[in-house]
Ligand binder design. Sequence first.
Ligand SMILES: O=C(O)CCC(=O)C(=O)O
Ligand SMILES: [Mn+2]
Length: 212
Amino acid sequence: MSEQIELGLSAGKPERATPKQILPLDGDTQYFGVVCDQELSNHYLDYLLQKVPWKNDEAIIYGNHYITDRKVAWYGDGNFSYSYSGKTRVAIPWTEPLLELKALAERYSGASYNSCLLNLYENGSQGMGWHHDDEKGLGKNSNIASLSFGAARRFDFRHKQNRQKISVLLEHGSLLVMAGTTQSNWQHHLPKSLKISQPRVNLTFRAMLLRG
Ligand SMILES: O=C(O)CCC(=O)C(=O)O
Ligand SMILES: [Mn+2]
């Protein structure tokens, strides 16, 4: 990843972002800050809230069926299916705005993605527990680009061995890229915060290895 990257979005003037390395060791996670101006970010947030076919996520863990508060949607190249937590999801084909956001993430990260998991947190009572992303279809140390729109939320990393914690505030229109050995050595989560009443949409662009 280069130190400074210029973003040439057709709808806005180019902006500059200098990524900040978040993790002190054993991983490569860069926070680029806001990469999409406010007007465009508002436009994407409205689109995502209104047009994505959001559904509560389901998981089967040790035979028990769980339904999450947070809602999800899974987009990808044609005929993708993705299995995790005992369920198989079939990807929704890309739409134009999602392809624009994929191009934006790829431009900053220098990586290519073929799928995207979207999460909708309606307010601060919804979050995501500690985990790392290394499902079978994703590989061990995948590059994941995470774009956020809506309420700014704290996002935490915890080192698997020494338990060191690192936090970053994910702002409206911001990009975080998890790469290198991040997934092997660190877990991450989105803590709940009852002070937050506004929704947040997060998009994690991923490069899946397997085709369904
Ligand atoms: O909402 C976020 O910022 C994180 C989402 C996440 O970790 C995931 O989808 O795996
Ligand atoms: Mn994750």
